[in-house]
Design a protein around this ligand. Structure first.
Ligand SMILES: [Zn+2]
Length: 468
């Protein structure tokens, strides 16, 4: 038994005598005001991408895909946590027809306007309250055509009875409702049902296949956080090829049926590359890796998490190293804002060169970097530090971006540079970074103030001189 303390007994008596209103009223005044989340996270390039007011923890996409007609139907179940007292919130979704939306099993009112799906909560949510949203939807997804980025049709693509998803930077919202910005990473379950004999490849680990006779469900789990632009699904006539695992990482590639032998040779050293990068940077961040090669040309490859998408014309050792290196820098450590793409591409480009250095020697690397330096300086390649939408994937972002890292290495020496790479990776793994984080880490590891030096490489119109 616990006794009521004397002071509480006194207050209780006072309450009876004078009433408790004065004590209760201030608490009422302090009650949180429930507000709607914003329709964007304020990205400098794409202000409407992402939404504020909540943080997604896990997406479960349960979709039936009619590959003959390119029609999908099903549901997205989104487990999230409110980050403020919340009365309404947005998801990003472009096209498709939304049938119903429920939050914590209660039907809600929703409104659509362009890429914004606004959901008004029947019961407002306290800050930090977890909640589950189920969006039942369907339709024929269409890739996003962005005239500023015309080399990639973003999102869900359908060609010759083959589906592939390549969403950098904004395309994820073409096929599921999403908080579509890298600052809100989440884990995923992808349950995709197709007619036999189509094969479904997606991010993460294939945990189950369910045979329904004419149809088959493939269940893929992405157990580590993933930015929405890195989600992928490939559906078609693919053969799964497992190769020797490296560092406890299962390697599984998906190749077009008639290209298996040739492509198996091209990607044969993927395990060796995983071991090399793991030694250099830190353990490979995910459980599996592989590539899916399309049966038609794409003009690019993309580092979709754990399963990079390749056009057949991109299947070279150098591009394989580049997309693999992105699994560390780009995927596990991701840009926080789209005007700093050099944080993804400069790193992957330089790490691709480091694989060549590993095989061909330091002299080969230095010579190659100097050739790029001359080429970039001659072409007056603009600084890579802050870019506009039409320059997200410019040569400067890749090659001047790679030179930021090479210049840092020349300035502080190999030993400190490797320590910098490992520290920066370990510190920001599973999260997002800005250029300020990069500079702060370089300063800290080197014990020098390199801000001015790095700013010159990032922001000066002219390339700085090569450090001695
Ligand atoms: Zn890249």
């Amino acid at each position: 038994m616990k006794r009521l303390p004397v002071l509480l007994a006194f207050l209780w008596l006072a309450c009876i005598l004078v009433g408790c209103r004065p004590i209760v009223a201030p608490l009422d005044d302090a009650a949180p005001a429930f507000l709607p989340g914003e329709a964007g996270v304020g990205d400098p390039v794409f202000p409407l991408l992402g939404n504020s007011g909540y943080d997604v923890l896990h997406y479960t996409l349960d979709l039936n895909v009619d590959v003959q007609r390119n029609v999908i139907s099903g549901s997205a179940t989104i487990l999230a946590e409110a980050t403020q007292p919340l009365s309404a919130f947005n998801l990003d979704l472009l096209g498709m027809t939304v049938e119903t939306v429920t939050v914590n099993e209660a039907p809600t009112i929703f409104v659509r306007d362009g890429q914004e799906l606004t959901i008004t909560l029947t019961e407002p949510l306290e800050a930090r309250a977890p909640f589950t949203t189920v969006v039942v939807y369907g339709g024929a997804p269409e890739a996003l055509a962005d005239p500023e980025l015309d080399f990639i049709s973003q999102g869900w693509n359908w060609r010759d009875e083959t589906v592939f998803v390549v969403s950098e930077p904004a395309g994820a919202m073409t096929w599921y409702p999403v908080n579509n910005h890298p600052t809100d990473k989440a884990t995923y379950t992808l349950r995709i049902t197709v007619d036999e004999p189509h094969v479904v490849a997606a991010n993460g680990v294939l945990v189950e296949e369910i045979d329904h006779g004419d149809q088959r469900t493939y269940i893929w789990e992405m157990a580590q956080p993933m930015a929405s632009y890195l989600t992928t699904v490939a559906i078609g006539d693919f053969v799964r090829v497992e190769t020797q695992a490296a560092e406890n990482v299962l390697i599984r590639h998906y190749f077009p049926t008639n290209e298996v032998e040739q492509l198996s040779r091209v990607f044969a050293n993927t395990g060796e590359m995983i071991a090399f990068y793991s030694d250099l940077i830190g353990e490979y961040p995910f459980d599996e890796y592989g590539v899916v090669v399309m049966p038609f040309a794409l003009g690019f490859a993309l580092e979709t998490q754990t399963l990079s998408v390749f056009g057949p014309e991109m299947t070279t050792e150098g591009v394989n190293a580049h997309e693999l290196a992105h699994q560390w820098f780009g995927n596990a450590v991701t840009l926080a804002r789209w005007d700093q793409t050099w944080l993804n591409e400069g790193f992957a480009t330089y790490l691709q060169r480091l694989w060549l250095e590993h095989k061909l020697g330091r002299e080969f690397l230095d010579k190659g970097m100097r050739q790029y330096y001359t080429m970039l300086a001659g072409a007056s390649a603009p600084p890579p530090g802050i870019v506009q939408e039409d320059s997200l994937f410019s040569i400067s972002v890749y090659e001047r971006g790679a030179w930021v890292l090479h210049a840092l290495r020349l300035k502080i020496g190999d030993e400190l540079f490797w320590e910098f790479l490992r520290t920066y990776y370990a510190r920001f793994k599973d999260g997002v970074v800005t250029t300020d984080d990069f500079i702060a880490t370089a300063n800290e590891v080197s014990g020098q103030d390199l801000t001015e030096f790095l700013n010159a490489w990032l922001y000066d119109v002219e390339m700085p001189p090569i450090p001695e």
